[in-house]
Design a protein around this ligand. Sequence first.
Ligand SMILES: Nc1ncnc2c1ncn2[C@@H]1O[C@H](COP(=O)(O)OP(=O)(O)OP(=O)(O)O)[C@@H](O)[C@H]1O
Length: 308
Amino acid sequence: MTFAIDVQGLSKRFGDHQAVDNVSLQIKQGHITGFLGPNGSGKTTSLRMLCGLLTPDSGTGQVLGLDFPREAEAIKRQTGYMTQKFSLYEDLTIEENLAFIARVYELDRMSARVDETLETIGLTHRRKQLAGQLSGGWKQRLALAAAVMHEPKLLLLDEPTAGVDPQARRGFWDNIHRLADEGMTVLVSTHYMDEAERCHEIAYIFNGKLIARGTGDSVIAESGLITYEAEGPRADRLGREFTGKPGVEMVAPFGTALHVSGTDRAKLEAAIQPFRRDPYVWTEVQPTLEDVFINLMRIHAPAEVRAA
Ligand SMILES: Nc1ncnc2c1ncn2[C@@H]1O[C@H](COP(=O)(O)OP(=O)(O)OP(=O)(O)O)[C@@H](O)[C@H]1O
């Protein structure tokens, strides 16, 4: 298996804040990897270093078979990067934005490429409209088309569907999967759990450190988390009964059901035992990715935060 990204020891410090701390990433060619982690955990900083926009303090390896970070310029040319904020010109038309990008990348068949892109995203009839007038979903679709116009081998997406409605998000993800099927490698940061589940693999970063990675199922399995679900009339209200109980590391309502999780089976079952009675039905379920991520944050939080 060829790795599109194979980088070790990636670090970046801003002042006295270690934004990215010794991160090693191996990302398979043609795979979609979800980059997850709470706000401020270092996702954007990592993406910016990988595509050559930010110089790392340390870190070596290969990106697209090129030496990282020495060949940053060549890496940049073969990488598409979609920033968190809509980065096209709102006061240029849709067509002018695409033509501008075609010129920046010195693409051949410039106007034909612009026409093809407009056709692919379904904006041909709106080509003269200002980009700023598009809805959130269409803006993201345009930004994605712009990011891949130069046919990059690697696509880095920074929270591309934040604030976009579910239907547009689904369309966006269909496009990402189509690009990956054609061989493009995708690294996409997201806070949405349903999007994490659409990725081939996930990488979870916290306080600048990579603390979990693999397929969704393997990350769940390796967490060692055991989850019981209580069902019954308003079982969700049982939550407060478990506060501070030994063996209970996490309690979360799921609609009218309740998830109670921990890593010590004996203690967890002892905590649940008094509530194994009518009208509640308890079943062991697979923890969700959200359960696992929240637990990872809890485990890896600095001691003073855990105690608070
Ligand atoms: N140019 C900069 N100068 C100083 N600090 C910065 C700079 N860029 C990022 N940081 C800090 O580095 C940390 C990591 O930020 P980063 O944007 O990489 O996080 P993130 O995981 O992408 O967060 P979010 O999910 O909110 O987008 C944050 O504490 C941020 O304030």
